[in-house]
Design a protein around this ligand. Structure first.
Ligand code: 5GP
Ligand code: MG
Length: 177
């Protein structure tokens, strides 16, 4: 089995690049179908979703805009439960069809807070697109419109996701062993 070491921890490959690409193509098709005739504004959430956003956006041929936002609530391998502010909302989202692009939804607290904050800016609609979802870990209800893959409640790295800042630069996704 393919393993990597990130700082002091060992991870084994759990989702391959090919599988990720297939699921992204599937979700991109759904988004194109649902947003025909609209010009959505994608809001990828930094830092984790930068790789996913780059791959997703290149599978979408709709006229669209992209603007990165940031809201961190995670330290090491455990959710802190601490919610920080949304920063970097550079584009006016009033009357826009907004699609939030996330790397992973774990407890759902980050996304719930994000939606609550964005709603105050009166967008035409808010949709959520996540690369990964841990269904068993959800603590609040969040509307998830597009999900590439559901995973067990394990800690993962790679393909944009980090462990203490490291491990983002891999093509596959790895699970802590
Ligand atoms: P939530 O608020 O849903 O509990 O956490 C969401 C955020 O926690 C994600 O955007 C991501 O940054 C981080 N996160 C949750 N699970 C994992 C994981 O397994 N690995 C990594 N690297 N980050 C995670
Ligand atoms: Mg994230």
């Amino acid at each position: 089995m393919k393993t990597i070491t990130v700082k002091d921890k060992q991870f084994a490959v759990s989702i391959t690049e090919a599988d990720i690409k297939n699921e992204i193509r599937r979700v991109a098709t759904e988004i194109e179908r649902d947003f025909q005739g609209k010009e959505p504004l994608f809001l990828p959430v930094l830092n984790g979703s930068f790789v996913f956003a780059a791959d997703l956006l290149r599978e979408i041929s709709l006229p669209c805009e992209v603007s990165f936002i940031k809201l961190a609530s995670y330290m090491g391998t455990q959710t802190t439960g601490q919610i920080r502010e949304v920063i970097g909302l550079a584009t006016d989202i009033t009357d826009r069809h907004v699609i939030i692009v996330e790397d992973i939804i774990d407890s759902g607290l980050t996304m719930a807070h994000m939606i609550e904050t964005l709603e105050k800016h009166n967008p035409a609609s808010i949709s959520v697109c996540t690369l990964l979802l841990k269904p068993d870990s959800l603590r609040v209800q969040v509307p998830i419109d597009y999900c590439c893959m559901k995973i067990p409640n394990d800690f993962i790295v790679g393909y944009g996701l980090d462990y203490d800042g490291f491990g983002r630069n891999t093509r596959d996704i790895y699970t802590l062993i």
